[in-house]
Design a protein around this ligand. Structure first.
Ligand code: 13P
Length: 341
């Protein structure tokens, strides 16, 4: 976009807006009030990742339709200059076209930003929250990077999530001692960076294989959560890798030609215990992808003559929506949107 176009955009927007749009103009909220509502009401706000329009609609139906606040999340690697702006327009379109009796409380969040530039790009187009993940860096560099993002984002009242401790990907599993968040570093990190929320590592992993022991459920290190909480009090803490990896969908996926070995997720009882101890945001990505893809595989295999994509997309959308409603009940977030304005 040329300098002239940027000037026009700025004139059209509030003077305190980032270059290409303000999250409030998109009908979004930042996460500050959501988290104070969550801490007061002892629930967790769901952070759901989405990859297409149907998943976005399903998440919104499962949340806005039951007055749950929601954080819509997009991974950094899914964003390029063009898609970042189509996403804000798509989200705005869904928000304004819904007809809920209570105004939906919705944040749009960058998940696992790894650089100042990608966080800035999202702030600049109207995301209301960004994550800067400097957890792979030495502590002082993580603090410096996070602080730089916070300084920029806070100018526009956009919230920032940081991370301390490593939450591993699908190939490694987070049970090694050094991956857990060290509670002794948390207060320094929070004070020095001024982040709005913090992802901590207490035994989850991203992806469908979260447990090191075959067929053993994930055991969260709730003792670390207690220790962190004792140091930071009522500060918003985030649980990544919270997917339950539902068995029935793993079976459907496999029955219709998919492959997923060593599937293990976070059980609802563990999730409830973490929320009770003060986790106020939980992230779900794997479950959305698994349910959607398993359903598509099933529908396509069972109906080989059907080539109209609406048929199987509609079923996949309905199943994701049902999952979201159930997961919100586990988090206690349904009917809580009204406390987050
Ligand atoms: P899952 O892989 O458990 O869905 O975790 C997603 C996540 O934490 C995204 O940041």
């Amino acid at each position: 976009m040329s300098d002239e176009e940027i000037r026009v955009w700025k004139r059209l927007m509030h003077s305190d807006s980032p270059p290409f749009g303000n999250y409030r103009d998109l009908g979004l909220s930042n996460t500050r009030k959501m988290f104070s509502g969550a801490l007061r009401g002892k629930f967790a706000v769901p952070g759901y990742n989405f990859y297409n329009l149907e998943q976005l609609r399903a998440i919104m139906a499962g949340c806005a339709g039951t007055d749950s606040p929601v954080i819509l999340q997009v991974l950094e690697r899914n964003l390029n200059d063009a898609s970042v702006r189509s996403i804000t327009h798509m989200v705005k379109g869904i928000i304004v076209s819904r007809n809920d009796s209570v105004r939906a409380v919705v944040a749009l969040h960058l998940d696992h930003g790894t650089s100042f530039e990608s966080c800035k790009r999202c702030v600049d187009v109207g995301f209301s929250s960004v994550m800067i993940d400097g957890s792979q860096l030495p502590l002082d560099e993580n603090i410096e990077l996070t602080r730089t993002v916070v300084d920029y984002a806070h100018k526009y009242d956009v919230c920032v999530e940081g991370e301390l401790g490593a939450i591993s990907g699908a190939t490694e599993v987070a049970t090694r001692e050094e991956m857990y968040t060290r509670p002794s570093q948390v207060d320094e990190f929070v004070k020095a960076t001024k982040v709005d929320s913090l992802a901590i590592s207490i035994g989850t992993a991203h992806g469908p294989s979260k447990s090191r022991l075959k067929d053993a459920p994930v055991q969260l290190r709730l003792d670390i959560l207690d220790e962190v909480r004792a140091r930071v009090g009522d500060f918003p803490l985030v649980l990544h890798g919270a997917s339950g990896v539902p068995k029935q969908y793993v079976e459907i996926l496999k029955r219709y030609g998919g492959q997923m070995e060593g599937a293990s997720g976070v059980g609802d009882d563990q999730l409830k215990a973490a929320v009770k101890k003060g986790i106020c945001k939980a992230n779900f990505d794997t479950d959305i992808k698994l349910i959607f893809t398993a359903t598509e595989r099933e529908c396509l295999a069972e109906n080989p003559k059907e080539f109209d994509p609406r048929k199987h997309l509609e079923i996949a959308e309905a199943r994701v929506s049902e999952y979201v409603r159930n997961k919100n009940r586990v988090l206690g977030s349904q009917d809580m949107g009204r406390y987050c304005h």
